[in-house]
Design a protein around this ligand. Structure first.
Ligand code: SF4
Ligand code: SF4
Ligand code: SF4
Length: 338
């Protein structure tokens, strides 16, 4: 329990404003070229780092059989991208050669990176589909990264925020191996691991995390999971319409997702078949069996709204006033909650 985030995949437009807001705040230093505490990938797809889901077995298996995860290779992340910003200057700018990244390792064009599969999608026309999946550290209830660190350099605060104690870290990267979501990053400049800090310096001042406050789609909700007045409590606990990603990994994430609707599919003769284009089996792969019930609830509530009937759930998701998307303890009250 503690701070939690809910991301409504029906409202994420893949604009990466959150990604840039986070990068500008926390990871724009040397050594952090391949560090994205937040990124948004397009689904279906192999994700970032490539096939990250297959790199670490579920936590139970990890513990019982001693099976370890593995550290993503730099190639699986796409390397450290570099941009020749000088080429944008007047006199040097060539519209035929738009700003394109090169990798710091080989100096050639990268062949993978965050959201490499942008808008590629799945399905066969006219039943094609895609959606966006923002990803950050889940500030897990049972953080695999914390358990794996032999120096106890990862802590989970009483308010749920998971942090690397950087002065104590020696860069062994057992945490990177263990995290099923591959959301820790080795900083070669400093020789330590780094991760999302849930914007704790902002949160302690009563501000939402940068990725939440800047969300152009108003897709993100933030607050204490146990607080009945928090939007995340209502979405996860009261309405039960937000689910964690890859729950089978066993780390009990505190980031949850409202699963995506999709347009109706078509029969071969071009008539609508009334089926959602995103296959339910694919949604189950991501969000588990419960997603079927969640989709049924969301569809029923959406139908109510379409008929002009009230729907508390849809009103919560529409979020008429953006700053109601988060609820934070007042600065002077913060110590009582954490
Ligand atoms: S997502 Fe990974 S880095 Fe974040 S708390 Fe969970 S195990 Fe640790
Ligand atoms: S909570 Fe803060 S540090 Fe974490 S991904 Fe969002 S902006 Fe980045
Ligand atoms: S800012 Fe919001 S809408 Fe844009 S990509 Fe991030 S989560 Fe999605």
């Amino acid at each position: 329990m503690g701070f939690s985030m809910v991301i409504d995949l029906n409202k994420c437009i893949g604009c990466q404003t959150c990604t840039v807001a986070c990068k500008r705040q926390w990871t724009s230093n040397e050594g952090q070229e391949a560090t994205w505490f937040n990124h948004v990938e397009t689904k279906p797809g192999r994700g970032w780092p490539r096939d990250f889901h297959d790199m670490t077995p579920p936590a139970g298996v990890y513990a019982q059989q001693g099976l370890k995860g593995r550290i993503p290779m730099l190639a699986e992340s796409g390397g450290r991208w570099q941009f020749d910003l000088e080429s944008l200057k007047p006199g040097r700018y060539d519209p035929q050669k738009p700003l394109a990244p090169k990798t710091a390792e080989k100096g050639n064009a990268p062949d993978w990176g965050p959201n490499w599969e942008e808008d590629e999608g799945g399905g066969v026309f006219p039943n094609s589909y895609f959606f966006y999946l923002p990803r950050l550290c889940n500030h897990c209830e049972e953080p695999a990264c914390k358990k794996a660190c032999p120096r106890n350099a990862i802590t989970k605060r009483d308010d749920g925020i998971v942090l690397v104690d950087e002065p104590n870290c020696r860069g062994y990267r057992f945490c990177v191996e263990a995290c099923p979501y591959k959301k820790l990053y080795f900083n070669p400049q400093l020789g330590i691991s780094q991760k999302c800090i849930m914007c704790f310096p902002r949160v302690e001042k009563g501000l939402p995390p940068a990725c939440v406050g800047s969300c152009a789609g108003r897709a993100r909700h933030f607050g204490l999971l146990e607080d009945p007045e928090s939007p995340t409590h209502r979405l996860v606990k009261k309405f039960g319409i937000a689910l964690p990603l890859y729950a089978e990994k066993g780390t009990q994430p505190n980031v949850f997702y409202v699963p995506p609707f999709s347009a109706t599919g078509f029969n071969a003769d071009g008539t609508p078949n009334g089926q959602q284009r995103i296959p339910m089996d694919y949604l189950k792969e991501l969000f588990g069996e419960e997603v079927e019930q969640v989709m049924a609830t969301l569809n029923a509530e959406r139908a109510k709204k379409a008929r002009g009937e009230p729907s508390e759930i849809m009103d919560e998701l529409i979020r008429y006033t953006f700053n109601e998307a988060w609820k934070l303890p007042a600065e002077e009250e913060f110590g009582k909650h954490v």
